[in-house]
Design a binder for this molecule. Structure first.
Ligand code: RP5
Length: 169
């Protein structure tokens, strides 16, 4: 992480139910680094550490976080429970864990929230998009992050246009 981002107050909290989720959730951390958004990353389990989950969600806004990305697999209650406690926006990442039924358990338990408690659910293992969405929320009020997002989108377009040139027949 660039020094100035590393030392800055985290704006995005990345949490996950287990260390086994890290291989997926790392993509959110990487893109936040690319986009210059300070973040923190830790493990918070809804089922195995419920008190830690409550404390994390309750204190997140006071600690200066603006968005929470929560990833979990199986009976993935972490994003929804965190969203029920905090007024910060929560982005849910359904993780396809090894004992899951093709990931449907994770997707549905994060997606099907009751009215009043939204979780912005991304695709199965969609931590990259969760990171980008979190940066876009921060970028709505932060011109430096908005500028990096603009450059990122241009880089995506450029990549497609290079393929168009390469495939020209
Ligand atoms: C969930 O159960 C975690 O988010 C993880 O995706 C899944 C399996 O956890 P481990 O048994 O690998 O710790 O709570």
């Amino acid at each position: 992480m660039a020094e100035e981002v590393k030392n800055a107050q985290p704006l995005v909290g990345i949490i996950m139910g287990s260390q086994s989720d890290l291989k997926v959730m790392d993509a959110a951390a990487e893109i936040l680094e690319t986009l210059g958004v300070p973040y923190e990353l830790t493990i918070v389990s809804a089922h195995r550490t419920p008190h830690r989950m409550f404390e994390y969600a309750e204190n997140a806004r006071k600690r200066g976080l603006k968005v929470i990305i929560a990833g979990a697999g199986g009976a993935a209650h972490l994003p929804g429970m965190v969203a029920s406690i905090t007024t910060l926006p929560v982005i849910g990442v359904p993780v396809k864990s090894s004992n899951s039924i093709d990931g449907w358990d994770s997707v549905l338990s994060i997606l099907q929230m009751p009215g009043g408690i939204p979780v912005a659910t991304v695709a199965l293992d969609g931590a990259l998009n969760a990171g980008i969405l979190a940066a876009e929320i921060v970028g709505a009020f932060n011109p430096a992050v908005a500028d990096k997002l603009e450059k990122y989108k241009i880089s995506l377009k450029d990549k497609v246009m290079r393929s168009v040139e390469e495939l020209k027949r």
